[in-house]
Design a protein around this ligand. Structure first.
Ligand SMILES: [Ca+2]
Length: 285
């Protein structure tokens, strides 16, 4: 569809095709997208999922994955807009030339708890823009030959970002890690919530990387709606990992008898034998 300003929530756009803006396109105005999925859309020229103009664009609690543009903006972009991306995942989008996930000439990209992973382009594998503002975001595994970021302007880091492979995003604030080891993100999957996400595996450097005092007080849940922080510290990226709580095993009656018999066998010297049951369940003698 082609529209001016618009709001999309609780929606999925999958497998759409157009020359410009595989799923949606606006040539004036802005958009707000929340709790939505753009998956596998294709643009014959630019903007694999959503074509934008020079307005302000807000993406919250949403996932863009597997969208493709022949030239620019694998997921969203094209001309000078500013993007605010919060609690969202942009994964495995592809542009043939520049901006594997987001492309905006002269525009600014603001990331808060965003995960950009495995996007692909020869120039700016994840982002091609003027400037970048980032907090608590993962920009990892650039594909297609481009660096993570291709920025014509400056970067403002609000801290606690994580990149692999290079230092092209210019993130040098408190708690930032550039060119770090593998972030250990699992494949895109249903991990709860309305949209698919990429869960950091156990041992991922993204987990608990942000001290509780440095968590963003304005963002109290993750992309799925899980409370931040978990385990006393916030995680970098769109997902806050929940520790798995293990329940104590429940023994059957045969299990209890086996345990008592074993204990009695081992401890027969100190235990009075008549209190030990026999293996067949009858009272011991
Ligand atoms: Ca945590």
């Amino acid at each position: 569809m082609t529209v001016g300003s618009y709001t999309i929530s609780n929606s999925t756009f999958s497998g759409n095709t157009a020359d410009v803006g595989g799923a949606t396109a606006t040539f004036s105005g802005s958009y707000t997208i929340s709790n939505s999925t753009f998956r596998g859309n294709t643009a014959g020229f630019s903007a694999g999922a959503t074509r934008t103009a020079s307005g302000s664009y807000t993406i919250t609690n949403s996932t863009f994955s597997g969208n493709t543009a022949f030239k620019s903006a694998g997921a969203t972009g094209t001309s000078g807009g500013s993007y605010t991306v919060t609690n969202s995942t942009l994964s495995s989008n592809t542009a043939g030339l520049d901006g594997g996930a987001i492309f905006t000439v002269g525009g600014q990209v603001t990331l808060t708890y965003a995960t950009l992973a495995d996007n692909s382009a020869p120039i700016g594998a994840h982002i091609a823009a003027d400037s970048l503002v980032a907090y608590g975001s993962a920009i990892v595994n650039p594909q297609g030959g481009g660096a993570n970021c291709n920025l014509s302007g400056s970067t403002i880091s609000n801290g606690f970002n994580y990149t692999t492979d290079d230092t092209s995003c210019g993130l040098t604030g408190t708690g930032d890690t550039e060119n770090g080891p593998d972030a250990q993100l699992r494949p895109l999957a249903n991990n709860g919530g309305q949209t698919q996400t990429r869960l950091p595996a156990a041992g991922s450097p993204l987990i608990d990387a942000i001290n509780q005092a440095d968590c963003d007080p304005a963002v109290t849940v993750d992309q799925r709606g899980v409370s931040r922080p978990q385990d006393g510290a916030c995680d970098i990226g769109a997902v806050e990992v929940q520790r798995v709580t293990r329940q104590a095993p429940v023994l059957s009656i045969w299990g209890v008898l086996f345990l008592l018999t074993t204990l009695c066998g081992v401890g027969s010297v100190s235990m009075r034998r008549k209190r030990c049951p026999r293996a067949d369940g009858r009272a011991g003698g």
